[in-house]
Design a protein around this ligand. Structure first.
Ligand code: CUA
Length: 364
């Protein structure tokens, strides 16, 4: 009895912020209640009819089983009452489900006035979140204020992706060449998972991000800091910043442990690049492109071009699937990435684990 009532309350009670249930993750947005209510309603209708139909089936099978070899024919072939009941009852149920579902759907589609807006860019295989109000950019992390409606305006740089935050019960396709949007209002502080839920190629399953819900009165300060944190850093501070804040947009294709992935590993990359020991699919060698009056002059320019115009030279053995980061990285952030390559062995251990925090202190 106790267990039964706890199951029922798990499925039905809709106070703000229910914990995880057998079926659904915890509720952390204002949309979660109505979505879960609709889910529970349909679920219980299914339980009821599964039970009723199974019971009737078994009961009739026993009651009307064949008990003699005498053939009995000419039983009833029509019953108007039953016909009407099994037509009208499902119709009413479907109407109820439609009304409940439609109300929730309209709420989800209509963002309220004055939402805080975030621009989302999806690309193989990372999420970029721009906060135009503050000029701040996050990658694989989205910080939002508690209790404030947030609207995501989303587009894709390459192919179909889909943004899904299970605990917020929101999900929307992200489509190249056009914008889609969704909105939510977080009701719980904490960290929540964000997934890509449209199969988008090899590393689809790694296309993840974390949603950080923080108190609304701390939000502005956090954004202002995020927008400018690298501007005041000295050159010595840049590598630790880059590996913690910028590498997450490279990690689905570039490993730190030497393993070849969609792109070359970052391990030993500065060594190879600075010596020019890189061959291209065009049969040129990187070393031929250095020096006065040459394409790159110094190695740093090659890395800069690889980030902003990755199709210009494709390293032999790879397909050249890297998108351009033009407009996404400021000059100082590109410098930070180059410094990260130069200092990679102080930032990672043998296995490619990151061993420093953003402020340069050792990571536990
Ligand atoms: Cu992007 Cu799956």
């Amino acid at each position: 009895m106790n267990m039964m009532s706890s199951i029922i309350s798990n499925l039905f009670v809709t106070t703000v912020g229910n914990p995880e249930t057998f079926w659904l993750p915890e509720q952390a947005s204002t949309a979660a209640q109505s979505v879960d209510y609709t889910f529970a309603l349909i679920n219980w209708i299914c339980y009821f009819f599964f039970g009723a139909i199974t019971f009737t089936l078994v009961y009739f099978s026993v009651k009307y089983r064949r008990t003699s070899h005498v053939m009995v024919t000419d039983g009833p072939i029509h019953n108007t009452t039953i016909e009407i009941v099994w037509t009208v009852l499902p119709l009413l149920l479907v109407i109820v489900i439609f009304v409940v579902g439609m109300r929730g759907y309209l709420d989800l589609m209509e963002a309220p006035e004055g939402c805080y807006e975030v621009q989302v860019t999806a690309q193989k295989w990372s999420w970029t979140f721009d906060h135009p109000t503050y000029g701040a950019t996050e990658v694989a992390e989205l910080t939002v204020p508690l209790g404030v409606p947030v609207r995501l305006l989303m587009t894709s740089k390459d192919l179909l992706h889909s943004l899904w935050i299970p605990s917020f019960r929101v999900k929307m396709d992200v489509i190249p060449g056009r914008y889609t949007s969704l909105w939510f209002e977080a009701t719980k502080l904490g960290v929540f998972q964000l997934n890509c839920t449209e199969y988008c190629g090899k590393d689809h399953s790694k296309m993840l991000a974390k949603v950080h819900v923080i108190p609304a009165d701390e939000f502005e300060a956090r954004m202002v800091k995020l927008a400018s944190e690298y501007e005041d850093m000295s050159i010595e501070q840049l590598p630790a910043y880059a590996i913690n804040r910028l590498y997450n947009r490279c990690q689905s294709c570039h490993t730190l442990d030497g393993t070849k992935s969609t792109g070359p590993s970052f391990k030993g990359l500065w060594d190879r690049v600075s010596k020019g020991e890189v061959g291209f699919t065009s049969r040129e060698k990187l070393s031929e492109l250095y020096g006065n009056n040459s394409v790159y002059g110094v190695p740093e320019n090659y890395i800069r071009t690889s980030i902003l115009d990755p199709q210009k030279h494709i390293v032999k053995g790879f397909l050249g699937s890297m998108p351009s980061f033009q407009g996404q990285l400021k000059d100082k952030q590109i410098t930070a990435i180059i410094e990260m390559f130069k200092n990679l062995d102080t930032l990672t251990d043998e296995k490619g684990n990151i061993i420093v925090n953003r402020d340069g202190t050792p990571r536990e």
